[in-house]
Design a protein around this ligand. Structure first.
Ligand SMILES: [Ca+2]
Ligand SMILES: [Ca+2]
Ligand SMILES: [Ca+2]
Ligand SMILES: [Ca+2]
Length: 292
């Protein structure tokens, strides 16, 4: 009991400490962030190109593909986490210091934690509220309500319910319920402001028929569904959505589950402009976990 009290005091202290320091730091960023829909990013090395974060589900190693636009520039080994119950479920700048951070969920315990990053280097860990039902999976992070803080999108793998945790840093402010998608074959592929209206939208893929759709959002309200081109080969999984070619419009990164091929659909809105084959990662134990 004593240990529990001490632990919760420590948690309160950390949250308090962070909320104080984060508020100050965030002030600098609010101005530019509010002018664009802030989706999950993974520009860990801060060179202006979105990178690709990988986790090896068999070894617990993590690595970063440092990209130059849609082209692989170099591969960087990141801090490992050998306990494979922990999955990387999001990448976003939760602390508001300009460095993207890494969100983890423990599939067994339901614990959630943030690795605060300093560029590509791990700095320290912050605990988030627990969601003990393991059916709830974190499928994306993005700033849905445009308050410059990344929020957390959850999907329930048993019921098809979807919710958003509206966050301020590591603090949960409120929970918003989205429409349920009870057909569990549908999975969230990523988020991005595809129609460039300033609100982050949600990309869905149907694992069984290869259909893809976009939920157009106004803040936390889904108001319209737009179909994306079908990709009938269901070995292709949507790995991430991010602006790989730097034209300001989100693109879709695909990974082939059995062959390890990777490809990018460069997009304008819901239209595919080009299909770019990028480098393969033939070891399918490596999974793309960011940007998410
Ligand atoms: Ca950060
Ligand atoms: Ca937010
Ligand atoms: Ca939008
Ligand atoms: Ca783009």
């Amino acid at each position: 009991m004593k240990a529990l009290v001490r632990l919760s005091m420590l948690f309160c202290f950390i949250v308090l400490m962070l909320s104080v320091s984060w508020d100050g730091k965030n002030g600098k960023n609010v101005g530019f962030r509010l002018t664009e829909a802030y989706a999950a990013s993974a520009d860990f090395n801060l060179d202006g190109s979105v990178d690709i974060l990988w986790r090896n589900k068999s070894t617990g190693q993590n690595k970063l593909w440092q990209m130059n636009g849609p082209v692989l520039d170099s591969e960087l080994t990141m801090q490992p986490l050998y306990d494979r119950n922990w999955a990387i479920v999001g990448t976003a700048d939760f602390s508001g210091d300009g460095s993207d951070d890494i969100l983890w969920r423990n599939k067994v315990s339901g614990n959630n934690a943030l690795w605060l990053m300093n560029g590509t280097l791990y700095a320290y860990t912050v605990v988030l509220p627990t969601m003990s039902d393991p059916n709830w999976t974190i499928v994306a992070t993005a700033d849905f309500n445009n308050d410059a803080w990344p929020d957390i999108l959850w999907r329930n793998a048993a019921t098809g319910e979807n919710i958003i945790w509206l966050m301020s840093g590591a603090m949960l402010n409120s929970v918003v319920w989205l429409p349920a998608v009870t057909d569990l074959i549908w999975e969230v592929g990523g988020t991005g402001d595809f129609d460039l209206d300033g609100s982050v939208d949600i990309v869905w893929r149907n694992r069984s028929n290869g259909y893809n759709m976009l939920w157009l959002m106004k803040s936390t309200n889904m108001y319209s569904v737009v179909w994306l081109p079908t990709n009938p080969d269901t070995n292709w999984k949507i790995a991430a959505a991010a602006d790989y070619n730097g034209d300001g419009a989100p693109d879709i990164l695909w990974r082939h589950k059995t062959k390890g091929y990777n490809a990018i659909w460069t997009m304008i809105g819901a239209t595919v402009i080009e299909v770019l084959q990028i480098d393969s990662e033939p070891d399918t134990n490596w999974e793309v976990v960011g940007p998410r």
